[in-house]
Design a protein around this ligand. Structure first.
Ligand code: PLP
Length: 413
């Protein structure tokens, strides 16, 4: 590794060659070897997103109001389309962000600031009540805002335990969370019951649909048994949904929505003591790549409901085949009943760390689950052509693995 700032520039050809050489050391994600981080639909969908991204490569969505009306319009249209999908009531608002973490951060901030205003206590430290399976982004937001988090064990079916969450609520609770689906097990939480709980206790319910926001509605349309989870439920205050996951849009692109403008009030930042004048953003970040906005606009328009439904049908058929293949391996069980294309699985009798090592030795990046010990795959269409190879390798790795000795799987994300 060269650690000096280069004195003279290097020729472009040399730079291209160096980039190629470095990429050659990466795992073969195009070949479906990575069970998270990257998402693929069809090659054409990828091209549509990339072309739109490159057209707006330099434009900055921070300037969407004053300079780039194109980006402003595209963002407004993306938000409007998504609110239509999520049954947003009249007056619902939303915006685009850099990812699930930022969307969640903004929802937690809006909830916290709203609660502080209502209580007339600008220092109130409201607590967050989450299923243990909720994403760490909530804890990240809570750490930044100095809020306590209560993570509640899930039910035997790995979905949020609404009664246990109700029991964890106290006078300082401000936020409840349900996931569509949760990352660890790929199961959707019982949002209708969480909505009831939120209404009965006058609490803010955030639906984390970062993974499934642009997948679950179409799986529902295809008749898959996923409960209602969006603004159709009266207790839902905010929703996060990532375009750069199963929306199949280029990174960075997520969306966050609020039931009404009053609830959205605290999401942004507004400073009026700066020499340049007032500085107000609806997001946490300042500069935002125009490409992310354009890429999302292009992909949503290219696919439409029909396109997403067709992709969902393919993904669910693929998921069913993976599940059947995993269940056919002696001792192996899928954890819970996964609702979309995230699966976690393991075998009590096997050292799952050894199975993971066996998969790694065969060229796969093993996703891991610690509780219960298992493997984890978040699958897009990148994983469709490699199913037989994956299952064959898994069968071999399982056959080689030693019996479990109570050893935990050491997962680091
Ligand atoms: C359920 C869930 N929420 C939030 C996030 C955070 O999204 P991001 O990595 O885009 O910040 C993820 C990421 O995988 C997730 O699975």
């Amino acid at each position: 590794m060269d650690t000096r700032f280069p004195e003279g520039g290097r020729p472009r050809a040399e730079i291209d060659a160096a980039l190629d050489a470095m990429a050659a050391g990466d795992v073969d994600w195009r070949g479906g070897r990575v069970p998270l981080y990257v998402f693929g639909a069809t090659a054409e969908v990828g091209e549509v997103g990339r072309d739109a991204f490159m057209r707006f490569f330099t434009e900055n969505a921070l300037g969407a109001k004053r300079a780039f009306t194109s980006l402003r319009r595209m963002e407004e249209e993306v938000v409007a389309m998504a609110l239509d999908l999520f049954h947003g009531p009249e007056g619902a608002v939303g915006g685009m962000t850099s990812g699930g973490t930022e969307s969640i951060l903004l929802a937690v901030k809006a909830c916290r600031d709203g609660a502080r205003a209502r209580r007339g206590d600008p220092a109130h430290r409201g607590n967050l009540v989450l299923p243990v399976s909720a994403h760490p982004a909530f804890d990240k937001a809570a750490a930044l805002m100095d809020l306590p988090v209560r993570r509640i064990p899930v039910r035997a079916d790995l979905r949020a335990d609404v009664a246990a969450m109700a029991g964890a609520i106290d006078a300082d609770t401000i936020l409840l969370v349900g996931s569509v689906p949760c990352f660890p097990y790929g199961v959707v939480d019982p949002l209708p019951e969480l909505s009831e709980l939120a209404l009965s206790r006058d609490l803010w319910l955030h639906v984390d649909a970062c993974v499934g926001g642009y997948f679950a509605p179409f799986a529902r349309e295809l008749g898959r048994p996923i409960p209602e989870f969006d603004f159709a439920l009266p207790g839902v205050a905010s929703i996060s949904a990532d375009l750069h996951k199963f929306g199949f849009c280029p990174k960075p692109a997520s969306t966050v929505f609020f039931r009404d403008a009053a609830r959205a009030a605290g999401r942004g930042f507004d400073l009026d003591v700066w020499p340049n004048g007032r500085f107000a953003t609806a997001t946490f970040v300042g500069t935002r790549p125009g490409g992310g906005v354009a890429g999302a606009w292009a992909v949503l328009n290219f696919l439409g409901r029909e396109g997403y439904r067709a992709l969902a049908a393919r993904l669910l058929a693929m998921r069913d085949d993976y599940v059947a293949g995993i269940r056919a391996i002696p001792g192996m069980r899928v954890f819970g009943e996964p609702d979309l294309s995230i699966l976690a699985f393991g075998a009590e009798a096997l050292d799952m760390g050894a199975v993971a090592a066996g998969m790694e030795a065969r060229g796969w990046v093993p996703g891991l689950v610690r509780e219960p010990p298992g493997l984890h795959i978040m699958m897009s269409l990148l994983h469709e052509p490699v199913r037989e190879r994956y299952l064959g390798d898994l069968r071999e790795a399982a056959a080689e693995a030693a019996p479990a000795q109570g050893a935990a799987v050491q997962a680091v994300y």
